[in-house]
Design a protein around this ligand. Structure first.
Ligand SMILES: [Zn+2]
Length: 382
């Protein structure tokens, strides 16, 4: 989902921000939707006595391109609000010593990717609730700012009003106790105070699924496509999250060093691809790290590259970047996260001094996972 994303040319509080392609579709769509509904929006605000019932005052807002420009401003403002919400999570994570790798904006808003979750019990609840609190405060600030905007600047007034209300709604929506929403994380973290993390995830996952189904039914009955979409998203995400928790739990019993293969079989840069292919067939491998004469791993050559080039080409000419490294003492649960989240197929295992001592592939990991999750402790997940 986040493979096709563009990085903004600046960092916010040291965190890079990415725009997913789905975001680039939703932004103009949202701008257009808000623009097209501007007359209804004004009507609603008049009915709630947020705006005076003065057609002359309101007229400029619905003239020509103005509603769409205001829609664009509101849509951009909304996403900036979402980024600030994510920064709220990120800054609270920092208090627990956990860094945020990136913030991604996509179809359904924002997402802060933590390098790891804070290990302290209850920390996840604090980090999770920081987002809605940030949105709530932001909404309050927008309401306060309204007091200083003259009614003559009616366009600005309407946009700020919209943002004030949306931030409050964002806070409320995110407090629904369904994973992966913030409220679901708060719930799980609180349950985790009294039971294992796995059990806490399972209980909150069950609650989340029930809420998703209820939300989906409500969406169906009220013909609200957006609600159905959200419900579907929650259901899919919570199922993935529960499985992820189970796998991480299973993997936490291992260290990387016990899963790796050693020694690392490498090829020299000058070896021709024809020979590399023969070696691959003989040893049933899909890739080799390429090792220079000085002993350094300088790249890797994969089956794909071998198939795409002439057999006489030396490996060093087509090789890609060397696999990333992981320390041998690392918990295998972290290995699992890195391979799945960053979609790494193989990692070089290094000792504390940075010497390459082994290699681990996704296949090695999946095999370990299968064994671990069918073991005696795997049974307790029923
Ligand atoms: Zn949040």
């Amino acid at each position: 989902m986040f493979k096709n994303s563009f990085r903004l040319p600046f960092r916010l509080l040291g965190i890079p921000v990415y725009l997913d392609v789905t975001f680039l579709i939703i932004l103009p769509l949202l701008a257009w939707l808000i623009g097209a509904q501007m007359p209804e929006l004004l009507q609603l605000m008049v009915e709630f006595e947020l705006l005076p019932d003065d057609p002359e005052l309101l007229a400029p807002v619905v003239e020509g391109w103005t509603p769409y420009l205001l829609g664009l401003a509101a849509a951009v403002g909304l996403f900036v609000s979402v980024v600030i919400h994510e920064l709220g999570h990120a800054m609270t994570g920092r208090v627990y010593g956990v860094e945020t790798e990136r913030i991604t904006l996509w179809l359904l808003g924002g997402m802060a990717h933590f390098k790891e979750m804070p290990k302290q019990k209850g920390a996840e609840a604090v980090v999770a609730i920081a987002g809605p609190i940030t949105s709530f405060v932001l909404g309050a600030i927008f309401f306060a700012v309204l007091g200083f905007v003259p009614l003559e600047a009616i366009g600005v007034f309407v946009v700020i009003y919209y943002l004030a209300i949306m931030n409050i709604l964002l806070a409320v929506f995110n407090m629904i106790p369904a994973l992966p929403l913030d409220g679901g994380r708060v719930l799980r973290s609180l349950l985790h105070l009294r039971m294992s993390r796995l059990r806490a995830t399972q209980i909150s996952a069950a609650i989340s699924r029930a809420l998703a189904i209820a939300l989906g039914l409500f969406g169906l009955l009220s013909f609200n496509l957006f609600l159905i979409l959200i419900a579907f998203f929650i259901y899919m995400a919570v199922t993935a999250e529960a499985r992820y928790a189970l796998f991480t739990e299973a993997m936490s019993k291992f260290k990387v060093s016990s899963l790796m293969s050693r020694p690392v079989v490498t090829v020299p840069p000058q070896m021709q691809l024809g020979q590399v292919l023969e070696k691959m067939m003989a040893e049933a491998r899909l890739a080799y790290p390429v090792k220079a004469e000085d002993g350094e791993i300088v790249g890797q050559v994969t089956l794909e590259q071998v198939q795409l080039s002439e057999p006489s080409v030396p490996a060093g000419q087509v090789m890609e970047e060397a696999p990333e490294v992981i320390e041998m003492d690392t918990d295998a649960s972290e290995l699992f996260e890195r391979m799945i989240r960053d979609d790494q197929h193989r990692l070089l295992v290094v000792d504390a001094d940075g010497y390459v001592v082994g290699i681990i592939t996704k296949t090695d990991m999946m095999r370990a996972l299968q064994i671990a999750s069918t073991g005696p402790s795997g049974a307790e997940r029923r």
